[in-house]
Ligand binder design. Sequence first.
Ligand code: ATP
Ligand code: MG
Length: 568
Amino acid sequence: MSEMENLNAQNEEGSEEKVSRNFIEQMIDKDLAEGVYDTVHTRFPPEPNGYLHIGHAKSILLNYGLAKQYGGKFNMRFDDTNPTKEKIEFVNSQLEDIKWLGADWEDRLFFASDYFPKMYEGAVKLIKKGKAYVSDLSADEIREYRGTLTEPGKEDPGAKRSVEENLQLFEDMKNGKFADGEKVLRARIDMASPNMNMRDPVIYRVAHMTHHRTGDTWCIYPMYDFAHPIEDAEEGITHSICTLEFEDHRPLYDWVVRELEYERPPRQIEFAKLYLKNVVTGKRYIKKLVEDGIADGWDDPRLVSISALRRRGYTPESIKMFVELCGVSKAHSIADMAMLEYCIREDLKLKKPRMMAILDPVKLVIDNYEGDGEMLEAANNLENEELGTRMIPFSKELYIEREDFMIDPPKKYFRLFPGNEVRLMNAYFVKCESYETDENGNVTVVHCTYDPETKSGSGFTGRKVKGTIHWVDAKSAVPVEVRLFENIVDEEKGVYNEEDGSINVNPDSRKIVTAYVEPGLAKAKAFESFQFVRNGFYCVDYKDSKEGAPVFNRIVSLKSSFTLPKQS
Ligand code: ATP
Ligand code: MG
């Protein structure tokens, strides 16, 4: 077996079934076939400056998935080269999110800051090769000297310095002899390059800052475009996958690994970022919602940070299904939140018990019912017998949903109205005899009679009813807090206000109601989720729930307008 066949044989998903391979897989296949690499080694390199979001999930699952698929390795690496915005809090939250998503870095957790000595050595090597020089220009001057797309740049006066002088000055930079911004190290490439990134880019700057890992050891820090290829090369990464905005930086990436003479340099491959319509993704904007108090923290269930999705009740499986449906491509596209919602419904549909909960209660009294303490058996999930059954209390006084009764119904309304008979789910047929209202005309009680012959599971075939409604027993039902979420963004206006760039916020994105639920639900634990029949999927909030008093977050309603896109 050739190396290539060998690697393909390790393909977990079974390579025969996979007909269409995405463009990254095609590039990797080619690299392996041509012997450019004999293994696949990927990484996920976030900056620890915020919480990860659904877009990052795509990148994580893509990188991890490729490593698994080719029997290769996956590194977790923090790109912590910019100490100003980075914090340990974010390191920890990001690790937790990645682990939760199921991407396993095993013992390969790295920090870019661990390579600061290597990067310094690399810079010295470039100076010695005449490929880097120390510049005295200010940031503004560098911009001015850089030229434009139509005009070449001007040579930096520092470019004339001798190797010895550059070595000395760079060492002085390292030793703290200069103030921030006084000197930078530039790569000597081509001031006339049509690619602006190649016009002698800055690769090191002076910055007297305390780093969250290296403390005050360094007062010079490498720039991203110089640091990133070194991190990849040092770790033996083969395919360095990033998003499209780095496409124009690739020549610089290649220049760095070539000039530093890495034997088997990594290859950068870019793909299009994941965007969601009418959803705030970018870390910067999520941060703003949090700072402005519009969202309560990074894990507010209305956000799409990974921690928020987890809190809301999304599962790793649903996120994986979603990013797979989105696919990998070079073309920008915008996914719909409805697709993510479809994925979580699909994932939970068979896995979760279907319970009865009443969100907007109205009392139903069965006037001819004389039972006391009757318990009824209910299947936990009619589509999945393995979830078993449970017993639920039934009595003369119940709650039903207000919308399941109408005094004067339109045609095709098959639920309760005066004179109509329906099935109470898992229980009996009831027929509406009368109702009571308050002084404003709001219904307060619905009066019914029941037929004891019609008990669920009794095999009754005497007559049929067109509607089935759910209920809870009034006496034993437990009142719980339920949070109904809508998009935090005003969908009519779109995410960003065109005038000032602020976010158009939907003022009604969180509605809190008291629902009455089956007694069994009172014991629900943090992160447990359920279907509330005829309504939606709900998850127990891990922050605000108390023992015996769960708070439920609506993950998603059962209604869907989404249909799976046709497979091309
Ligand atoms: P943002 O500003 O949206 O939070 P970022 O690119 O600044 O994102 P990094 O921490 O630098 O965040 O990103 C880590 C990795 O995640 C990078 O490889 C980046 O390309 C990738 N990534 C970030 N956003 C997305 C997205 N929306 N879709 C796919 N990958 C993404
Ligand atoms: Mg960033």
